[in-house]
Design a protein around this ligand. Structure first.
Ligand code: UN1
Length: 505
């Protein structure tokens, strides 16, 4: 049975009130990875629209920053409500546009709702510190002020949630947002923007025009945002190459870049691990979202004592997990985003097949049409971490290596140039605490008895080294969206100088 995804997309977008000029006759062709067929032609923004959106965001900043933060939180509360109301439609669109299984698409929208709830609370908690002054009748406090329009560059794999991590926090901290979504996922961005517009309308006149902008474009739109001095903060999610270029451009004008780049995440399965639990966690982390999360598990270090039995079970699980069109047959592994992603994965597997690595799986699976790209997840047994292992390949390929001593496993974990997520499976408190200690995992995320992916929004999300060092979402990540001001206040009649300096006129 063939499903008309183009028709379905058309009706979802119309129901959200999006004008057909935005998605019918534009120049950006969008196809669904489920079948490879074209589902929309989206209108691209031109240079003058980049400038208009930027000026509108700057104007919006003038009034938005003056609105009390808890009142700004009210807009984010309305946004969360609109997302709740459209959760099913948005998730369906997201599945069609990027190929996610329904449960993961619903999870992504839930992640947006969660971060809205978080940000509403945050709007009453933008705390600054009060510091004791060394001078009599003086006090020192710190205030956090809105910083200006925030540029958000997002990737195809989390086409909705990553915007919300930034937007919900940016809005309550007093900043407009201009968004450049991936050119592979502009429809989800149109839908999210339409939903956000509804929230703004319900909020009323206090939500200025230009508060939430959208630029549909390719690298030119990203470069415009990176280079424009109107954006004090640029939050970019994507490949390390993209981040290197955006980071340089933003640094050149002394802007602040929040970079969320490549991950090449590892898990360690120790000899004391609960192996049933580890197996389930490893499979979800490695093959969930078809291996296309930045937190996907790509490297697995298994203790020699349990290696053979664990890898046998893993091979069975990888071999039996269902690959197919998740909207038609309930498969757990959907398509890769496009042909390019498929060829990249196959090139790596071909090269490894010619070496002494042992490759299990990875074959193409024919689903729907010649122009959709599905593959069986692959396990690659490696004797050492070769160049390919240390490079992130955005596909369901899991490299496995054996180890004997925990220090060896930690060194393998930390040998990757990226430093996003990591985890250990163990019931030995010493091993666990060593993994979490200063000489343990060097990643921004280090989990225990769970996989590397699927973080909750409450923690700060991001990683070190080539992952870019940015932090988004929970904890105190909001501070990156504000400017800090230190105020020293003298309420006495004297003018004592700090550090005992005397300067008598
Ligand atoms: C990403 O892949 O860019 O932790 C983000 C996770 C999700 C976010 C992934 N909450 O896997």
């Amino acid at each position: 049975m063939s499903v008309d995804y183009a028709k379905e997309v058309d009706s979802i977008l119309r129901d959200l009130g999006i004008s057909e000029t935005e998605f019918i006759a534009g120049t950006l062709s969008v196809s669904t990875p489920l079948t490879g067929e074209q589902i929309a032609k989206v209108a691209m923004s031109n240079d003058s629209q980049f400038r208009v959106a930027t000026e509108a965001a700057r104007d919006a900043f003038d009034s938005w920053r003056l609105l009390p933060a808890p009142r700004r939180g009210e807009l984010v509360r309305l946004l969360g409500n609109e997302l709740r109301a459209e959760k099913a439609a948005l998730a369906r669109l997201l599945s069609i546009e990027v190929g996610k299984i329904p449960s993961e698409s619903l999870g992504e929208i839930q992640e947006m709702i969660d971060v809205c709830d978080f940000a509403v609370g945050l709007s009453r908690q933008l705390y600054g510190l009060a510091m004791p002054s060394e001078r009599p009748q003086h006090r020192i406090v710190e205030q956090w002020h809105p910083i200006g329009p925030i540029a958000v560059i997002s990737a195809f794999n989390f086409p909705a949630a990553v915007w919300s991590w930034n937007a919900a926090v940016a809005l309550v901290t007093g900043n407009p947002v201009v968004w450049k979504p991936s050119e592979k996922a502009p429809l989800t961005a149109l839908a999210v923007s339409a939903i956000a517009k509804r929230a703004c309308e319900k909020f009323g006149q206090d939500a200025p025009h230009g508060l939430l902008g959208l630029l549909i474009g390719k690298a030119d739109a990203g470069e415009f945002l990176a280079n424009s001095g109107s954006y004090p903060v640029v939050s970019a999610t994507g490949s390390t190459e993209m981040g290197r270029s955006v980071g340089r451009q933003v640094a050149d004008r002394f802007g602040r870049a929040i970079l969320e780049l490549g991950g090449n995440n590892a898990s360690i399965v120790t000899a004391t691990a609960d192996l049933e639990l580890a197996l389930r966690a490893v499979v979800f982390a490695a093959v969930g979202t078809t291996g296309q999360r930045c937190t996907t598990l790509r490297r697995l270090f298994v203790h020699s004592r349990i290696y053979d039995s664990f890898i046998d079970k893993l091979k069975t699980a990888f071999g039996s997990v269902t690959v197919g069109d998740p909207l038609q047959d309930g498969a757990l592994i959907g398509p890769l985003i496009d042909q390019h992603a498929y060829h990249q994965a196959q090139d790596v597997l071909t090269q490894l097949g010619a070496s002494d690595a042992i490759v299990h799986g990875g074959e193409r699976v024919q689903v729907n049409s010649e122009s959709s790209f599905y593959m069986r997840p692959a396990i690659v047994e490696m004797a050492e971490q070769s160049e390919q292992v240390l490079r992130e390949t955005f596909a369901p390929i899991l490299y496995v290596l054996r180890y004997d001593k925990i220090d060896e496993a930690l060194a393998l974990n930390n040998a990757a140039p990226q430093g996003l997520s990591s985890s250990i499976f163990s019931t030995d408190v010493r091993e666990i605490e060593t993994f979490l200690s200063a000489c343990g995992s060097d990643c921004g995320i280090a989990n225990v008895n769970m996989g590397t992916s699927g973080a909750e929004i409450g923690g700060a999300f991001g990683g070190e080294k080539q992952t870019g060092g940015g932090r988004e979402c929970g904890s105190d990540a909001w501070k990156s969206y504000m400017r800090r001001q230190t105020n020293s206040i003298n309420y006495g009649n004297e003018l004592p100088l700090a550090q005992g300096v005397s300067f008598e006129l």
